[in-house]
Design a binder for this molecule. Sequence first.
Ligand SMILES: NC(=O)c1ccc[n+]([C@@H]2O[C@H](COP(=O)([O-])OP(=O)(O)OC[C@H]3O[C@@H](n4cnc5c(N)ncnc54)[C@H](OP(=O)(O)O)[C@@H]3O)[C@@H](O)[C@H]2O)c1
Length: 328
Amino acid sequence: MQSESIAYLFFAKSLTNMSSTAVQCAYIGLGAMGKSMAGHIARKITSLNYPPLLVYNRTQARAEDFQKENPQISKAASSLEEIAKKADIIFSCLLNDAAVQETVKALKPHLKSGAILVESSTIAPAIAQDLAKQLKEKDVTYIACPVMGPPVKAASGDLTVLMAGGNPETREKVKSLLIPVIGKKAIELGMDDVAESLRLKLCGNYYITGLVELIAEGMTLGEAAGVGQQHVKELLDCVFPNTLLGVYAGRMLNNTYRDQVAFSMSAAKKDVNHIMEMAKDVKASVPITEVFLDHLNQVQAEQGDLDLSAVVGKLRQKAGLDFDLKKQ
Ligand SMILES: NC(=O)c1ccc[n+]([C@@H]2O[C@H](COP(=O)([O-])OP(=O)(O)OC[C@H]3O[C@@H](n4cnc5c(N)ncnc54)[C@H](OP(=O)(O)O)[C@@H]3O)[C@@H](O)[C@H]2O)c1
């Protein structure tokens, strides 16, 4: 039998099971990304007549605020133990490796057999593998589901979802709650190795951080050569319309990196360190990432934790210009 047919049979069976038994879903981590994803999932499961989404956040007030903003469709939980004991499908989006490890450690003793953890944080691939292995011993499925896109795309339900791990049944069950819910498209990777989606996520962030370096260098080149950064941005908008080139060029042109931190330098540094670690492991060279990290470190040390587009300030200084572009 074709693998798609097997997956369909599993899915049909799981839908039958879902209608007879209530599926309790939960969300852990209501930060810039998580709160929007949780909101979309809460509305989706309500449309399926599932119980309200259980939500948990380390800082409890955020879970209570979420419940107030999403009455009827969500319920704040007071502990990770409560989440683990009640939930069949747990989604999470947390800051970093340590946050995910601590959270799984607290959940693990209480998780229901057969539960599914859908983890969306950007973490080291090896850590996801280790957590998946630990949870398998408890008959819990770990699906590594990192996402591409900033908080504004999370809010509009327009993320790109990367999925690895699970089996045909759990994969379909989870995908039906994520697409088209938090995103319009899922890139599906293997079921045997949860690290695959994290490796792809790091490739994605390689492009984002490298692109920021490239734009910062080009904007500075134009400014130093007397063309003006506004004309460089105009050129990017004409040649590469509606792309991240224009978005980041806009942040650099308008010096918004101090007041509007969409992707902080500390978060970018965490991802860049994972990228460099992965590149080292597979003997790939990522010189653009190294140059970007050097500029990022210098700016962070001198100016604090700004938006990553502030690397342009270091490039400007190197060209004998002021850190901040003077407004016309
Ligand atoms: N922002 C983006 O553009 C973006 C895009 C794609 C992917 N991501 C990834 O998505 C994840 C979340 O990013 P975000 O922007 O939503 O971050 P955020 O706004 O800083 O939220 C972080 C969340 O993690 C929780 N947390 C932090 N340390 C913890 C710990 N030790 N134990 C338990 N919970 C902890 C925070 O709880 P408190 O409220 O208690 O601090 C909060 O709920 C990160 O892995 C990031 O790399 C971010």
